[in-house]
Design a protein around this ligand. Structure first.
Ligand code: NAP
Length: 482
């Protein structure tokens, strides 16, 4: 493997040897794949102060330079796609073919961020449209916020880091990045790449260590101007509570649903549900957890989905042919298996899978006859499970989709565009995919949730708006030539 396995802290453009370290393990088999720094508060303080010192220079850096550095980072990443993919697969345990997809998406996220650096514009404000605004000209500037704390999860360790660091740099900010403890290596590789692409010292600082210690300190720190977080709803709410007056963007979890309508293209529905329900063993925030199938087609659809799921190959993350690898750790595998067992005890029917296999693997599963209050339906499963339920009317299906504390993305598969658009208008969430599953995402689109799925939007254009402050400038022209 080409992957460098031992990284130090990255602070002020230098590698700083940490006082403490921890092992990084491949979730699938527990093999140690590297070590990472377990930062102390004093080390996190150094990172914040480096970012603070660099903030004025970051704000002054021309838009063109920001564009150039982001684009160069993307190009270097594309050249080293295989190294990044192996690192992501090894630390997160996702199948190597999916890890390659993540790297190519991460490069696109950086390219879109580079392009947005050139479009970080304000607008003219018609000040004289107000009775008291005569002889005045106004416009807005998009000002950098300063030091941005970026806290990222394990499931897309590279692309979701780029979704924060890319727009932050594009907007003229500096960053302290805290990757998840399970997946620190790709975060440090990214810092290394930015430095090679010419990002000046202090613009990006990377620290790792437990969320409760490093993350809390970072989020609550008075020199941090904004927090951008992706992770669970539980930690997101905690972060919002301790962040004080700072703007906070929260990209949180979900229990996403799709409606498979009576006239749906069933081949399309099957193919997309197989991906949406089981990619990365369901550890995707827009994982398809709930399928609502029209009663007329539900039996045929469910039988065909079961046959597809039976064909998945379980294997090692670096096996080119593996579809299902493992969950992030043993406790999560045990949790998912327990939730399935609890649902079965409560009367649900397990159509396939659900057993533990190996260290942290759960066999891909389908449940039918679930109830809305079961954990497998109401909570975020974050595992390789879909629950299939039936409906009679579209109104009922939309009500079932909306019966959730979350609202990230949803899907409807239907040949009737009027029904699909009606559903899109009435489903309560951040995005609706027509003729697709909720898992569809390309990186420039606005992305984020309502309810417990979060606050704010990502996608470089939208994240840039969150990461810059509007300042209005008004010129009084009254004293000038008449
Ligand atoms: P998590 O446990 O919430 O952790 C996310 C990040 O927060 C990690 O870096 C974690 O550090 C850190 N953290 C933990 N406690 C903290 C604290 N008290 N203060 C500050 N930071 C703290 O989530 P995860 O298990 O890594 O990721 C899975 C979750 O992310 C799922 O709920 C999924 O739906 C969600 N997600 C959402 C999106 C989206 O865009 N909406 C995308 C991907 C994932 P440690 O690793 O050191 O604990």
């Amino acid at each position: 493997m080409n992957m460098k396995t031992e990284y130090d802290l990255f602070i002020d453009g230098r590698w700083v040897q940490p006082a403490r370290r921890f092992d990084v393990c491949m979730p699938y088999d527990g093999t140690v794949v590297g070590t990472a720094p377990k930062a102390t508060r004093a080390e996190v303080e150094q990172a914040i102060q480096a970012a603070k010192r660099a903030a004025p220079a970051a704000a002054r850096l021309s838009s063109y330079k920001r564009y150039e550095i982001l684009l160069k980072t993307a190009t270097l990443m594309q050249q080293r796609q295989e190294d990044f993919a192996r690192a992501v697969a090894s630390e997160s345990g996702k199948p190597i073919k999916e890890a390659r997809g993540e790297v190519s998406r991460a490069a696109q996220t950086l390219i879109f961020s580079a392009e947005e650096a050139k479009r970080n514009v304000g607008e003219m404000v018609p000040i004289d449209a107000h009775p008291g605004g005569a002889d005045r000209l106004g416009f807005t500037l998009r000002m950098p916020r300063g030091v941005i704390a970026a806290v990222t999860p394990f499931n897309f360790p590279l692309n979701l880091s780029c979704h924060k660091i890319g727009p932050a740099i594009a907007g003229g900010n500096t960053v302290v990045h805290k990757p998840a403890s399970a997946t620190p290596i790709s975060g440090y590789m990214l810092a290394e790449l930015f430095a090679e692409a010419g990002l000046p010292a202090g613009f990006l600082n990377t620290v790792t260590g437990s969320g409760g210690e490093v993350g809390d300190f970072l989020v609550a720190h008075p020199d941090v101007a904004m927090v951008t977080f992706t992770g669970s709803a539980e930690i997101g709410k905690h972060i919002r509570a301790i962040a004080g007056m700072k703007p906070v963007t929260l990209e949180l979890g979900a229990n996403c649903a799709v409606i498979v309508d009576e006239d749906a293209d069933l081949d399309l529905a099957l193919g997309r549900c197989a991906v949406g329900g089981f990619a990365h063993s369901g550890q995707v925030c827009i994982h398809l957890q709930r399928i609502y199938a029209n009663r007329k087609i539900a039996a045929d659809f469910t039988d065909a989905l079961k046959a597809r799921v039976a064909g998945f190959k379980i294997g090692h993350p670096l096996d080119e042919t593996a579809d299902i690898t493992s969950l992030i750790d043993e406790p999560n595998a045990a949790r998912v298996a327990d939730w399935i067992a609890e649902a079965v005890c409560g009367g649900a029917r397990l159509l396939i899978g659900g057993e533990r296999a190996g260290r942290a693997t759960v066999k891909p599963a389908i449940l039918a006859d679930t109830r809305p209050d079961m954990k497998v339906v109401a909570e975020e499963v974050f595992g390789p499970l879909v629950c299939v339920d039936t409906y009679v009317s579209l109104e009922q299906a939309v009500e079932m989709v909306n019966h959730s504390k979350f609202g990230l993305q949803a899907g409807i598969i239907s040949r009737d565009i009027h029904r699909a658009l009606w559903a899109a208008q009435h489903i309560e969430c951040g995005g609706v995919m027509i003729n697709d599953v909720p898992m569809f995402r390309v990186d420039q689109m606005p992305y984020g949730g309502v309810k417990d799925s979060g606050v704010g939007r990502e996608g470089p254009k939208y994240a840039l708006q969150e990461m810059t402050e509007t300042k209005v400038v008004v010129i009084n022209l009254a004293g000038g030539p008449k």
